[in-house]
Design a protein around this ligand. Structure first.
Ligand code: ZN
Length: 146
């Protein structure tokens, strides 16, 4: 299984070093912004979601934290961007289920998010991996900061 671990680590480091959809959009009311932090690790991130015609037309993130947290924000943005709200909620729910080490639905396309599966074995890192996803969930259900 060593090769799979290496592959997963490579994907995580790639998203950490070259994050997708990074940087927030300023002064645009069409974005819902949510800010969450994880004091136990020092992770601090913002997530922005723009809805257009029932779809997540844009998903942005910014902030700082450990490699698990920051890479997960990038992966999350890729996984839900362009989906319908219902699909995005299903993907987030599935991810949160997988991270807890519970049975998840592998018919749902989560993209690179499957690489965080192993995190379920490290309870201290679960908050790191889920922070961006929980922020996205809040943005989608309309519990943004502003
Ligand atoms: Zn962290």
């Amino acid at each position: 299984m060593g090769n799979i671990d290496n592959l997963y680590r490579t994907v995580i480091m790639d998203h950490y070093k070259n994050p997708h959809n990074k940087g927030l959009v300023e002064n645009d009311d069409s974005y819902q912004t949510v800010h969450l932090n994880n004091p136990s690790c020092g992770d601090d991130i913002f997530i922005q979601i723009q809805m257009k015609d029932g779809k997540l037309s844009d998903v942005r993130h910014n902030g700082h934290g450990c490699s698990i947290c920051c890479s997960s924000a990038s992966v999350m943005s890729d996984s839900i961007k362009g989906t319908e709200k219902k699909e995005a909620l299903a993907i987030i729910d599935n991810f949160l289920t997988m991270i807890k080490g519970e049975d998840y639905n592998d018919d749902i396309d989560m993209g690179d998010a499957v690489v965080y599966q192993g995190v379920s074995q490290f309870p201290a890192r679960i908050k790191c991996a889920t922070l961006a996803w929980k922020a996205a969930l809040k943005a989608l259900v309309g519990e943004g900061d502003e």
